[in-house]
Design a protein around this ligand. Structure first.
Ligand code: PLP
Length: 398
């Protein structure tokens, strides 16, 4: 029996049975639905993309997986080379893992050990944002700020080493003023906080964070598991402000196989590079650098560049702004749009109850959470399909 995610199993509604999928469409035995949330924000090329499927098949004919301890292979070498040129600045050192949460754990472990390796053992505090979400593993939950996990903290003590601040410059300046000697790193979902409620903030906050991190020697970590590969209308937010460590996941493989990467810059890498064995990064997920995942990721990036996905994303944003212009309803607090993300925030979460079925029978798969009705569509969506998604969202309120 399957134990489903984020569900009270006793009262859960029957999930939709998916028997096939192609492009933006998910097929159930009875009907078809547009996947308006790209299978948790990952399937940017849509389903059954012939080139992605073929890349996986071709690698499977060779080998599906070999461990990265003591062995290496062409797909993982080519992917790390590709990321080196594809990513901005000196984000050149790729540590692969099997999921976004694990990649966040790796980033935090890297940051903490970086200062231990420098002999700065007083830097134990991690700075994070209120409403942050960084994954469901333990340290990721701790730097996250989700009320659903607070029972965990009650069970094992307070977050003594994590400080949360809102994404506002005065709060940022104040916390650096007070704690800069103890701060190890600042981890953020840049510009768009996803699972914490599709909250959007201005790049000036990140510019100031970079300045303060530089002044006080604090590492800046961008968790771009959700925002990477164009979602905010930027290829990576790291193109605007350069972090020391970048975490990518979700869309890395086009959503075809779970994989993630923690990318360190020269400074962080140099902090481990030594004749002393104890300065090494002691980490190694079994399936890191999986050959099928790396082959899918390489093909995904190739298509992303070749088909000018940034233009597709800007078009999605334009159509969304046009369609949502002037939309308002008594239940709606705010409509927020950034790149390939649109969120209709309602005043009372209760008013979204039943929306999933309502949208489903209208041919749109959606999964509202908290007080957010949102869409993060696959980038290959047609104008007509996108308008259908947005119309369905608006119809719910009329
Ligand atoms: C989804 C997500 C994660 C966790 O990734 P998983 O692959 O689900 O472990 C981490 N950070 C952010 C910002 C995410 O959106």
């Amino acid at each position: 029996m399957i134990w489903y995610p984020y569900e009270q199993m006793k009262t859960m509604r029957e999930p939709f049975q998916i028997i096939d999928a192609k492009g933006v469409w998910l097929k159930t035995p009875e009907w078809e639905m547009i996947d308006s949330i790209s299978s948790w924000w990952s399937v940017i090329h849509g389903y059954k993309h012939p080139e992605l499927t073929e890349a996986i098949k071709a690698q499977a004919d060779c080998f599906c997986h070999v461990m990265l301890g003591g062995l290496t292979h062409e797909p993982v070498q080519r992917l790390s080379d590709k990321l080196r040129s594809f990513l901005p600045g000196d984000l050149n050192y790729c540590f692969f893992s099997d999921s976004g949460s694990v990649a966040v754990e790796v980033a935090l472990k890297m940051a903490l050990q970086y200062y231990v390796n420098q002999g700065e053992r007083q830097r134990t505090k991690v700075l994070a944002l209120t409403h942050a979400y960084h994954g469901d593993t333990f340290k990721a939950m701790e730097v996250g700020d989700d009320a659903d996990y607070h029972f965990i903290l009650e069970a094992y003590g307070e977050k003594k080493d994590v400080i949360h601040i809102p994404a506002e410059i005065p709060a940022l300046e104040e916390v650096f003023e007070k704690y800069h000697q103890e701060l190890n790193c600042f981890i953020v979902e840049p510009l768009l906080q996803g699972a914490g409620g599709m909250r959007m903030y201005d790049v000036s906050f990140l510019v100031r964070a970079r300045q303060l991190c530089d002044r006080y020697g604090v590492l800046l970590v961008f968790d771009e598991v959700a925002t990477g590969f164009g979602r905010t209308g930027n290829r990576f937010v790291a193109d605007l402000v350069l972090p020391d460590i970048l975490v990518l996941g979700k869309a890395l493989t086009g959503g075809y196989i779970g994989h993630a990467v923690t990318v360190a810059n020269q400074k962080v890498y140099d902090g481990f590079y030594s004749d002393e064995p104890e300065k090494a990064l002691m980490h190694g997920p079994t399936f890191m650098g999986n050959a099928l995942a790396c082959s899918a990721a390489l093909k995904s990036i190739e298509i992303f560049e070749r088909e000018d996905y940034m233009a597709k994303i800007h078009r999605i944003e334009e159509i969304t702004r046009r369609e949502m212009e002037g939309f308002e309803a008594p239940e709606v607090r705010e409509v927020r749009i950034m790149g390939g993300c649109v969120c209709v925030e309602v005043k009372d979460a209760g008013c979204l109850k039943g929306y999933q079925r309502f949208a489903g029978v209208r041919g749109v798969f959606s999964r509202p959470f908290l007080n957010c009705m949102y869409a993060m569509v696959p980038y290959i969506i047609s104008e007509e399909e996108l308008v259908r998604v947005l119309d369905t969202m608006k119809e719910w309120f009329t």
